[in-house]
Design a binder for this molecule. Structure first.
Ligand code: ATP
Length: 503
């Protein structure tokens, strides 16, 4: 698994998808840049989302709010008080950890012990080894398992009650049971705010403390009435937005899964109080359908319903995706009640109510939110698409099976040879196709190698111009996923590709 993930990261770099930020200065941790192909893939995912959410829903409109917001926004939203992670420092190694992640690391170590026992037993029993039976009957393994389960349970409880002393005690116990860092010297657990601060204004005493927004949602809430009034929107209606968000994540690892600067695609759906559960179910289903429409395998998605709810929510679920490191949150669907609008009313002193003509009364709408990380979606698409295939002739090929609608380049045009007028015909086709899609032109190396290059870069179609083209205006069109090649008329190429790549 780790190897697959390493391959994903190096392939993303090699093919111009994702680079470490400021690489020539050795990078900046958990900050990444998108390269020439990555920027296109990211844009296409954003457009695919925008089309499904804004264009196809008559009652959803999009906005683009600023990253800087009035600082009181974050008091009203609860981010100043509650947007915290529990941290613990190791006095000897001077390393800082997120307490919950550290505990999960210990538990992973316990699970590795179980795995070791399983391997040992499998070797001993040979063919007759039954893993399930072994796991459920071996006392030592059962003991480990019980310990891991009870630790995670206790951690959940202590974090929920903000019992930070117990979190520390748990870490110390674990350190004795299965040492991780070889050190027992921990500080107390402290809460750390995840928002990045900055200043607005030049002179030190008049400057205003600002935060970079940690989510795009608040830009929607504060504009609720502006959009409702100017767009004459009737409930139920939604406001969508994509844009950058910033979080000073403590344990930022796993590539673009958890970044300090990332992009969100959020939609707040304003509804009548009391209808939230209906809409919650409807949006869960709608969002799952959107994911499945990309054809990346139903078995790679699942819902995770939250038992422990955030302070603003009365129901919440994640859509989880099978990343190379396991099932993890990709999108959140939250029933936020009237928490946000009420808080902004309270802090701003302005009414944020809706007059319902049918009911002939005013109320504060409830909100149903769908929130997905664009970068995380990028990682889901990219990691799922990267495949090594064994071919019939015994060789392997690396292919990036990005859904055609999202692929950075839709087609590569390849003259078979660099002479006899073939490049000219190829260039003419490029000039025609480029008005409709991103086209790559490649004339270097043998055509087989060029196909492999396009496979690895994720291009769904290759069109090859050869001598027969000069005679009868036909070309070979090759499909990335099946490697199937077909002879078609030059004049049909655009339509064939459009059918597969149009959103
Ligand atoms: P996590 O539990 O993974 O930290 P979260 O529950 O804090 O995520 P939300 O605040 O609900 O996430 O944000 C909505 C979405 O934004 C997430 O589902 C995820 O796709 C994305 N997201 C959140 N934090 C990050 C990050 N640091 N880097 C990239 N994407 C992120």
């Amino acid at each position: 698994q780790e190897d697959i993930f390493k391959k994903v990261i190096s392939h993303a770099k090699e093919y111009g998808y994702v680079f470490q930020s400021s690489e020539i200065y050795d990078g900046l941790s958990a900050v990444y840049d998108y390269g020439q192909n990555g920027a296109e893939l990211k844009k296409n995912i954003r457009e695919y989302w925008w089309k499904a959410m804004v264009q196809l829903n008559e009652n959803i409109v999009g906005i683009d709010a600023a990253i800087f917001m009035h600082p009181t926004t974050w008091k009203a939203s609860g981010h100043v008080d509650a947007f915290n992670d529990p941290l613990i420092d190791n006095k000897d190694s001077k390393k800082r950890y997120r307490a919950d992640v550290l505990i999960e690391d210990y538990v992973a170590k316990i699970e590795a012990k179980i795995e070791k026992e399983v391997k040992k037993a499998a070797k001993r029993f040979g063919e007759s080894f039954d893993k399930e039976q072994f796991l459920s009957t071996n006392n030592r393994v059962l003991g480990y398992q019980e310990k891991a389960d009870s630790i995670l349970k206790r951690m959940g409880k202590s974090l929920e009650n903000e019992d930070l002393a117990d979190v520390k005690a748990l870490i110390e116990e674990l350190e004795i049971a299965c040492p991780l860092s070889g050190s027992k010297n921990w500080t107390d657990v402290k809460q750390f705010n995840l928002m990045f601060g900055t200043k607005l204004g030049a002179s030190a005493d008049s400057a205003m403390d600002l935060y970079l927004r940690p989510e795009t949602a608040q830009g929607i809430f504060v504009n609720f009435l502006n959009v409702q009034k100017t767009g004459r929107m009737k409930i139920p209606f939604g406001i969508a937005q994509t844009g950058k968000a910033f979080r000073n994540e403590i344990v930022a690892r796993q590539f673009i899964f958890r970044m300090r600067e990332f992009e969100q695609m959020e939609m707040q759906f304003f509804i009548k109080p009391g209808t939230q559960l209906e809409w919650y179910e409807a949006w869960k289903e709608k969002r799952m359908k959107w994911h499945l429409s990309l054809g990346m395998g139903e078995e790679n998605y699942r819902f995770h319903d939250h038992e422990k709810l955030a302070h603003y929510a009365d129901a919440a679920a994640d859509i989880e995706f099978r990343f190379p490191f396991g099932f993890k949150e990709l999108e959140g669907i939250h029933s936020r009640t009237d928490f946000d609008l009420s808080k902004h009313e309270e802090y701003s002193g302005k009414k944020l109510q809706y007059f319902d003509h049918e009911e002939n009364k005013s109320y504060t709408p409830y909100v149903l939110e769908t929130s997905i990380g664009l970068d995380r979606m990028f990682l889901a698409v990219f990691s799922n698409s990267l495949q090594e295939e064994e071919l019939e002739n015994g060789t392997t090929r690396t292919v990036l099976k990005i859904p055609a609608v999202l692929a950075p380049n839709k087609v590569a045009v390849l003259p078979l040879l660099k002479r006899d007028g073939l490049p000219e015909v190829a260039q003419k086709l490029v000039d025609e196709l480029k008005w409709d899609f991103n086209v790559d032109y490649d004339e270097k190396d043998a055509v087989g190698r060029r196909y492999r290059r396009q496979d690895a870069a994720g291009t769904p179609f290759c069109v090859t111009i050869d001598h027969q083209t000069l005679e009868d205006d036909t070309v070979t069109i090759r499909h990335r996923d099946t490697m199937e090649q077909k002879r078609v008329k030059l004049s049909e190429v655009k339509e064939i590709i459009s059918k597969e790549v149009d959103m």
